[in-house]
Design a protein around this ligand. Sequence first.
Ligand code: CAA
Length: 400
Amino acid sequence: MDFSLSDKEQKLWERAKAFTLEHITPRAHELEKRDEFPKDVVQKAFETGLMNLHIPTEAGGPGLTLLDETFVSEATGYGCAGMATSIMCNNLAFAPLVIGATIEQLKTYVEPLVTGKEAKFGAFCLTERKAGSDAGAVATRAIRDGDEYVITGTKCFITNAPQASLYTVFASTQPELKTKGLSVFMVPKSKAVKIGLIEKKLGQKNSVQSEVTFEDARVPKDCLVGKEGDGFKIAMKTLDKTRAGIAAIATGLAQRCVDEAARFANIRHQFGKPVGQFQGISFMLADMGARTAAARQMTRYAAWMADRDMPNSKDSAFAKFFAADAAMQNALDCVQIMGGYGYINEYPAEKLMRDAKLLQIYEGTNQIQRLVSGNIILRESANIDTGFHVKYDGKDSPMF
Ligand code: CAA
């Protein structure tokens, strides 16, 4: 096995880290007080070539891998998870199109958004007030009318919705078929697309989530991605990929907690020596570092599998919940190690803690990730021979 990065990967990783140190970390605290979209930072990320990485070259993108995306997500997540979410959200918005659309559709609808001088945005519109974890319960309707579809419904918690020029909308074409009646459409911004409530959040204030309502939004029939009824499977395949991206942001945040806490533990003296020299602190740092290292490997493995078209639902769910839990625990520990300084908002730790919480919630809660991976483990067990042949359901079993 070779864990080293290729020259190209190393260069991307270094570029994303340098960008973070120059443009993200120094401004993250100041900008989050404004509680708005960090437009100029995202524009710089676009100009630096850190956005839209997975768009194929035929449609104007750099055609990079999911593994490449994890380098950028980890590096930017180290600086600010909110800004990383703003920068990387196009990956989520356009992934269903890369999975299900034709090259002609990508050239018509996506290429104009990823080329040119200004950053443009897409928004992934799946979640609704009554369809969160139960993604198949979408109530938004798409009704065919001649050569058009008419889309009606309201989505919520949609990242980058106010900034978006193109909405990737999951809508039901046949509600009676439930998940099999869901379809996915590209909906360009128009007067029929109305931005609603912009949410005020605990953390990740450098990313924007809002309601978006489609009021009889008419789109040509070529805005349907794949076939009618393909929507749910495209959504699931998308999330199998993008959950590795969230795991990478989480890994970045987890690493930042290690670095901030260790730096503090070396500088802060109590009882005549640096607090890091007390085992109570150094053991915490060791656990934080180990969690981060494990999260990084799980994340890269899940992405590596996706890049080879290997089924990765279990591994991307593992990576997402493990890395998000690692980020949350590391942020709590970072606050604890920094004591009073950890709780005061001019120091880094309390923002890390607020930002980490969302990683356990968005792109499928960590409970959903456990449900997905637990179910796969149960299914896989049907083909596993442990070598211990005993009946668990009969009188001859020694266990009953
Ligand atoms: N790939 C391909 N097909 C899949 C699949 C996958 N990973 N997972 C399921 N399917 C297929 C199943 O095989 C099944 O097909 P058949 O009927 O042909 O057998 C069909 O899809 C239905 O599957 P399930 O019965 O498992 O579906 P379910 O209704 O029980 O729900 C779920 C499954 C995993 C809980 C799903 O609803 C889910 O992932 N929920 C979480 C939603 C989510 O992550 N939302 C996040 C929104 S995005 C966001 O937060 C981002 C942001 O703004 C930053």
